[in-house]
Design a protein around this ligand. Structure first.
Ligand SMILES: Cc1cc2nc3c(=O)[nH]c(=O)nc-3n(C[C@H](O)[C@H](O)[C@H](O)COP(=O)(O)OP(=O)(O)OC[C@H]3O[C@@H](n4cnc5c(N)ncnc54)[C@H](O)[C@@H]3O)c2cc1C
Length: 461
């Protein structure tokens, strides 16, 4: 069978490798013309215009590790050989500390070495159809590549399958990413990483995330509401540096005795949560994957794990019924409408609750206007349950499994009564660090300082 994959990102390369290993001839076409750099360190400066988030920090969840282990174990082994660090978590889970550039470099090297895969640089203009099925793709230069299976792996901005978009949800994530990368000084070690792949300090109206990567590198990311004018200055170097000094978690990691910055401050806004189903007129053999189907708030770090899972589901469907495009569509659709949609909804619910709480904090109404009254049958917002993870081991374990996409989203509701009890006993998210505990605000583990403290630090910068 002839396969064309549009997009040599995470899902496209995964699908290409898995399909070629079934004996299919796979052509991968990507509009980015820059060749794979000489090594993973050079890849940290890889110009990948087709992937706007390429240099933003990525967390690689236990689900990504498990999917690669099951579907492409040689790629996982190569990642580790090239410096990605497997991280052991409770329950036998294993995640990865790794730059996104390292993951793509390793995937692309594997695709280049795969006998059944051909990579070429060109932009795909459209999908060619005949008799209700795909016939191939047309490139922008007019050339047509024939195919029995067209994989649309063109990412969050891809348009290839849009003319067959059916039911669609498209909402803002209400969060802007502002990040910077650092490298440890010789002999220095990473700071604490409390969620396996990321450390988080939740503030009132903002959050700080630290992502350990490979090769002694890590990123600090400050996130804020898009309409939070007080924090818009974080894009400026002086403000970003002031914020990292003001938030204990970031100050600990970026201490000049521990690490040096190795990138500018990088901003990514306009982030949206999208979910697009194909309509009934979509040609058989057309398979949009990953971000071309669904995007979510990067704060959850789910995109790559779901991208690999989606690509491997497609390859599995093809292996189950070679030549039966109707069966591929049915099998992949089941997963998209099931698990992928459940994670999408989970993310949207969490985003909406977080944005409401952050807006209340920004507008001076405190923590969401005070703790809401939670009674039997009242669902707790997901962000609140996640915030409770550091304060209770049972909640922590459930949140870890949820955060790493190991259990279905619904499993987290089992710990809701426990979090409701914590609230009733006085626990609140986002407590100040011990040395800033004030009247009526008990000390907790180092978190983010009150918003006014951060704003004062920014004003002084
Ligand atoms: C700020 C930010 C942070 C993120 N952080 C995380 C994280 O921590 N953990 C995580 O798992 N995920 C994270 N994600 C999500 C993750 O980056 C995506 O889910 C993932 O890249 C999706 O892979 P993909 O294969 O769908 O598309 P991409 O990896 O985006 O690849 C798309 C490819 O298609 C090519 N292309 C586009 N149009 C065409 C065309 N017409 N013809 C030919 N080629 C084309 C592009 O050049 C590109 O190479 C983050 C996303 C953002 C925005």
């Amino acid at each position: 069978m002839q396969v064309v994959v549009a997009g040599a990102g995470i899902s496209g390369l995964t699908a290409a490798l898995a399909l070629a290993r079934q004996g299919h001839r796979v052509r991968v076409v990507d509009r980015d013309g820059t060749a794979r750099p000489a090594g993973v360190d050079a890849a940290a400066a890889w110009e990948r215009r087709g992937v706007a988030q390429f240099h933003q920090p990525h967390a690689f969840l236990a689900r990504l590790h498990a999917e690669l282990d099951a579907g492409l174990p040689d790629v996982l082994a190569s990642l580790v050989a090239h410096g990605a660090a497997p991280v052991d978590l409770p329950d036998g889970l294993r995640a990865l500390w790794c730059r996104r550039s390292t993951l793509e470099w390793v995937l692309q090297a594997a695709a280049e070495a795969e006998p059944g895969v051909e990579l070429r640089h060109a932009a795909v203009a459209d999908v060619e159809t005949a008799g209700g099925a795909v016939a191939g793709v047309r490139l922008v230069d007019g050339a047509v590549l024939p195919a029995d299976l067209v994989v649309d792996a063109t990412g969050r901005r891809g348009r290839l399958s849009r003319r067959w978009s059916g039911d669609t949800v498209d909402v803002p994530t209400d969060e802007v990413y502002v990040s910077r990368r650092y490298r440890l000084l010789p002999g220095a070690e990473f700071g604490p990483v409390e969620r396996g792949v990321v450390s988080v300090a939740e503030g009132d109206g903002y959050a700080v995330l630290v992502f350990p990567h490979d090769a002694g590198t890590f990123s600090v990311c400050l996130t804020r509401l898009p309409d939070d004018e007080d924090l818009a200055c974080l894009r400026e170097l002086s403000s970003f540096e002031a914020a990292t000094r003001a938030v204990p978690l970031a100050a600990l990691w970026t201490d000049p005795a521990r690490a040096v910055p190795i990138s500018p401050v990088m901003v990514m806004g306009g982030l949206r949560s999208t979910f697009r189903l194909l309509d009934d007129a979509a040609p058989l053999g057309l398979h949009p994957l990953a971000d071309a189907v669904s995007t979510s708030n990067p704060h959850f770090g789910r995109g790559s794990a779901l991208a690999v899972a989606h690509a491997l589901r497609l390859a599995g469907a093809v292996a189950d019924a070679p030549g039966d495009a109707r069966s591929w569509r049915a099998q992949v659709d089941d997963w998209v409408r099931g698990e992928l949609h459940d994670w999408f909804e989970d993310g949207c619910r969490t985003d909406a609750a977080r944005a409401a709480a952050w807006r209340a904090a920004r507008d001076g109404a405190g923590w969401g206007g005070g703790p809401p009254a939670f009674g039997p049958g009242t669902p707790l917002p997901g962000w609140l349950v996640m915030a409770a993870a550091g304060a209770d081991p049972v909640v922590g374990r459930a949140v870890l499994r949820h955060a790493h996409l190991v259990d279905p989203p619904s499993a987290l509701t089992a710990v809701h009564p426990r979090v409701a009890a914590m609230l009733a006993e006085g626990w609140r998210p986002g407590r100040p660090p011990a040395d800033q505990a004030g009247e009526g605000r008990p000390a907790g583990p180092p978190q983010a300082p009150p918003r006014q403290v951060l704003l004062a630090a920014l004003a002084a910068a």
